[in-house]
Design a protein around this ligand. Structure first.
Ligand SMILES: [Zn+2]
Length: 382
């Protein structure tokens, strides 16, 4: 009889390569480790890439909002704009959180939905990419996701419920082991939140890593009670770049005389502005304005290299990426800068993701998109 193996993949959001090395994270337990190219974009792009092995150009997730007046699901909602005045009240964090929850319920969205700072009047011009829960059966429509592929292969697996806090996900993983599951994809997102707030605070990051280390050790030991071989691999999606400055692109564009929705469309993420030009004049004005800002419009080659080039330009006709460390404030994501942010150039030293394992890692695992095939390969060996 073959010895039982339990294969554990633990996803730690924002556990970048630089952080792993600066803090010398788990070198004895997981000695096999590699620097990984992040998926260009945010976790909203990386998660579908990890769950499918496909790039945003194919799975369609880059930035949560997308300028798409023809397909906006929120057209009806904008008629209620008068209700959402005064803006000051509706812009309060807690109020927007409840508003997001309400919209999510009304529309039946099962994915991660947050309005962030997107004003209600703009909603009729935009579409939202994560309407569905990506982690469950059929979550990525016609693209098979991890759940679909593991089910088809008859693997006895457990995938975390991403809605749950990390602690509960670690506990659920241990329960799954007790129930005999031998392939686990454990999702944790809290480290990302800590880094957004505490990037650069070495002691705070170290404390959080110590907490994670306890969870890892515990989970590892638990699996060891149920299997002779425990294959443990930590994967991450990106690192965290400390704040070095902010730029206010939105007001500059709005003061130019161009009208949103008539002359141009724009999505302002934390580190990039994605423009749609509705006439030639808007394109030349915006191109001129953007020369003042520290960053550049991605070339077609760059978009292709990052897996985000689409001939329908669904993500934006012009994608302007800020220099590492510079955040767009305000953006559609928030009105204040954060101490740390990700979503800058993948080549920046703070951007790289990491994979750490107690198993040998194949040479072909170099990019966040490669995790999927590694997981499927390992599941096939159980
Ligand atoms: Zn984040």
């Amino acid at each position: 009889m073959r010895e039982k193996t339990i294969e554990i993949f633990l996803f730690i959001d924002a556990l970048g390569w630089k952080i792993v090395n600066d803090h010398d994270f788990l070198p004895e337990l997981l000695p096999s480790r590699k620097k990984i190219n992040m998926q260009f974009g945010y976790s909203s792009s990386a998660i579908p890439t990890i769950l499918s092995g496909r790039f945003p150009a194919e799975h369609g997730h880059l930035g949560l909002f997308r300028f798409a007046p023809e397909s906006s699901p929120f057209k009806g909602l904008s008629c209620w704009n008068w209700l959402f005045k005064p803006e000051g009240f509706w812009n309060r964090g807690r109020v927007r959180h409840h508003l997001s929850k309400m919209i999510k319920k009304i529309y039946g969205f099962t994915g991660y939905f947050q309005l962030y700072r997107m004003p209600v009047w703009k909603l009729k011009f935009v579409d939202y990419c994560e309407k569905r829960d990506l982690f469950v059966a059929g979550g990525m429509e016609n693209i098979p996701n991890l759940y679909d592929v593991l089910s088809k292969k008859g693997v006895n697996f457990h995938i975390s419920d991403w809605h749950l806090p990390d602690k509960e996900n670690y506990a659920a993983a241990e329960k799954a082991i007790e129930k005999g599951k031998n392939f686990l994809f454990v999702y944790t997102a809290n480290f990302d939140g800590v880094l957004h707030d505490k990037a650069g605070d070495f002691a705070a990051v170290q404390n959080k890593l110590a907490e994670i280390k306890d969870h890892v050790t515990h989970l590892f030991a638990k699996a060891g009670e149920y299997a002779k071989n425990v294959h443990f691999t930590i994967i991450s999606d990106h690192g965290m770049t400390p704040l070095t400055g902010t730029v206010d692109i939105m007001s500059k564009i709005e003061k130019s005389g161009l009208v949103f929705g008539r002359d141009y469309g724009a999505c302002y993420d934390s580190t990039m502005a994605r423009f749609h030009y509705l006439n030639g004049h808007a394109q030349s004005v915006i191109t001129q304005i953007m020369k003042e800002f520290p960053g550049h419009f991605l070339s077609e080659d760059e978009e292709k290299r990052y897996g985000i080039y689409r001939s329908d330009r669904a993500f934006g006709e012009g994608i302007f990426l800020l220099e590492p460390g510079i955040q767009i404030v305000p953006s559609d994501m928030g009105s204040k800068p954060l101490n740390g942010m990700h979503g800058f150039a993948p080549e920046d030293e703070h951007s790289f993701a990491a994979i750490l394992s107690n198993t040998d890692l194949p040479a072909w695992v170099n990019h966040v998109a490669d995790y999927f095939n590694l997981m499927i390969e390992r599941a096939g060996q159980l």
